[in-house]
Design a protein. Sequence first.
Length: 140
Amino acid sequence: MRIKVAIVAVLLLLLGTIFVWLRNEQTYQKNLAKGESVAMGLNARFMADPRFREVKALGYTERGTRLWSHGFFQVAGSVYSTNDWLNVRSLVLALDPPGRLDNKVTIKRPVQPVSPVVKNPTPTNKPASKVPARTTTRKK
């Protein structure tokens, strides 16, 4: 009798594990498809706006094992201001992507133009100009 109970318990545990595995696989496939469609829509928006040309939505991915996984929607690239970064974040969250947002968008500071520094003037073949000496007339 004990052996039958142990066998039934093991079989139920095995069936439960298989059910959870398949359910997680279905959820993963559904999130992967939704993430791909959201990424395509976002990438079209990013390419249309010159502020976001360097930003790309990478889609949905999972980290961990299939039973205990954590899903993330990844966005990467760079923008030139904090306001643009917040706009990217709000655009992504407005479309309700699957999983947590993994925002790897960085803020670049624009390169400031450097004024040229002239160390020595270029030499010329002209003689240096002399300041005429000041002459005074003598009183007699």
